[in-house]
Design a protein around this ligand. Structure first.
Ligand code: GLN
Length: 494
């Protein structure tokens, strides 16, 4: 391979797409470059499934489309999917879809999820499936049934979760962009911990069809990439109505999110919630986020103090609603239809019991039990209904805030990425979700963009939240910030 091709992983997805379109490098060469890097970085645990032949076949098809004169910003560009998106197999040919669970080990889907199909249509080339917390439940990726993911900035630390494989892959140059999902922060938090850009669009913008379900009223697909310009291009590819397949899909036309990049943010009102800067926020993260806010002000934005008074309640509310929905969604894993099946069952009940005992990990079982409890007769009104009521109040708080500001900014997480094994208490993990959960409960679009480094030189992300369907506003604010800073260009040593 020529000199020119040895640094392909340092390019953004759009830069690489432009080179492929100009035929300076073929999609096959680009795919080979990333496949080689994936093998050299296996220690990170970012990928669960790679199949060179499948990838190269897609790359050859992209090269043929280019040779036929077709153009597209992502045509021929390698990427990878979080292993929560169903990828179609023909017989045994194809990447398995496991959701990070033993329950689905080796499962071959008979169809593509809508997001995977849309990425295929854009001509981007799939490098494989990315590791994640089991059924996307977690904040550290330690709940993957197969292996943990390591943070490329410090292999003794977690990459965040649940889209930890996705974040580690982009940060270490194993894929220019990837998909992720965010139910309560799983795109924003790992993006923050790994020093990359992540966007979760408005709930319903990208179809949930073929995304292994965790909590259906919260689950949302999104993009993780080096910068906001890449995120805008890739997000445009995956969004759009899918009403026949996902009843909560929004009936708003697909949009070109790249179109509005480049507008000045002069006069943009940035709401800064005081509840995001309380005693729980570590000083290193506070300093990086404060510096980012000052940078936005330098670009002409106006800082507006706001209040989101129910921020703390988002933790108990989310950890009632999400497990409730999970306990219902995961009832389908019964050993009958698909996935793991216990050997030699005595009777049907024995089949159910042992299949689920063997197939699910501890965190998933914990959530099924919590979910079943809060939905049970006698507790439903006290927990589930109460949580739904407070969820509405949290959403209302945001609407009040958005009368005073255009965008909300603050930290993504109270600290930088912690050490593997450090938070063995599940509640300690839950508490770290405090700043991402409110936006999820309200269905709002949110981003994380790199804004500095904290303790032990670990990356810090700035969270941006917008009102419903305001993705363009968020992406443009992020883009303007990235034109003026170079945090998003910093990469770990290895
Ligand atoms: N950390 C949160 C949880 O464990 C969020 C996960 C997610 O967004 N998928 O549920």
């Amino acid at each position: 391979m020529s000199e020119l091709h040895t640094e392909l992983h340092t390019l953004s997805a759009l830069q690489l797409g432009a080179k492929i379109a100009a035929k300076e490098v073929s999609s096959v060469e680009a795919a080979q470059h990333f496949l080689t890097r994936i093998k050299a970085h296996e220690n990170l645990g970012a990928f669960l499934a790679v199949d060179d032949e499948l990838t190269l076949a897609q790359a050859r098809a992209a090269d043929a489309r280019i040779a036929a004169g077709e153009r597209g910003s992502l045509l021929g560009v390698p990427m990878a999917h979080k292993d929560i998106f169903a990828t179609r197999c023909d017989g045994n040919l194809g990447w398995p879809t496991t959701a990070g669970s033993k329950m689905l080990a080796g499962y071959h889907s008979s169809f593509d999820s809508t997001v995977v199909k849309k990425i295929k249509d854009s001509g981007a080339v799939c490098l494989g499936k990315l590791n994640c917390d089991e059924f996307a439940m977690g904040s550290s990726n330690e709940n993957s049934a197969f292996k943990p993911v390591r943070n490329p900035w410090d292999a003794s630390r977690i990459p965040g979760g649940s889209s930890g494989g996705s974040a580690a892959a982009v940060a270490s140059g194993l894929a220019p962009f990837v998909t992720g999902t965010d139910t309560g922060g799983s795109i924003r938090q790992p993006a923050s911990f790994c020093g990359i850009t992540g966007i979760k669009p408005t709930y319903g913008r990208a179809s949930r069809y073929g995304m292994v379900a965790f909590a259906s009223s919260l689950d949302q697909a999104g993009i993780m990439s080096r910068d906001a310009a890449d995120a805008a291009a890739a997000l445009s590819a995956i969004c759009g109505p899918d009403l026949d397949r996902d009843s909560t899909s929004l009936d708003v036309p697909a949009e070109d999110f790249s179109r509005h990049l480049g507008r000045s943010i002069e006069g943009l009102r940035i709401g800064v919630p005081k509840e995001f800067f309380g005693a729980g926020l570590s000083e290193d993260v506070r300093a990086a986020v404060e510096a980012a806010l000052a940078q936005l002000e330098k670009l002409g934005a106006k800082r507006v103090p706001i209040e989101l008074p129910r921020t703390e309640l988002s933790i108990p509310v989310y950890y009632i609603i999400a497990p409730a929905e999970a306990s219902s969604n995961l009832s389908r894993f019964d050993g009958v239809k698909f996935g793991h099946r216990a050997a030699d069952p005595k009777d049907l009940l024995d089949l159910y019991k042992r299949t689920r005992a063997e197939g699910f990990g501890d965190e998933v079982k914990r959530r099924i039990m919590i979910g079943a409890y809060v939905l049970s007769h006698g507790y439903y009104d006290a927990y589930y209904v109460k949580a739904q009521q407070i969820r509405r109040l949290i959403a209302d708080d945001f609407q009040r805030a958005f009368t005073q500001c255009d965008v909300i900014a603050g930290p993504v997480a109270p600290t930088v990425a912690w050490k593997l094994g450090e938070k063995s208490d599940p509640v300690a993990n839950y508490l770290a979700d405090i700043f991402t959960l409110p936006g999820s409960l309200a269905g709002l679009p949110g981003m994380s963009i790199p804004c500095g480094f904290g303790e032990a030189n670990m990356p810090v992300g700035l969270q941006l939240l917008g009102n419903h369907l305001q993705e363009s506003l968020l992406l443009n604010a992020a883009h303007q910030f990235q034109l003026a800073t170079d945090w998003h260009l910093k990469r770990p040593a290895a």
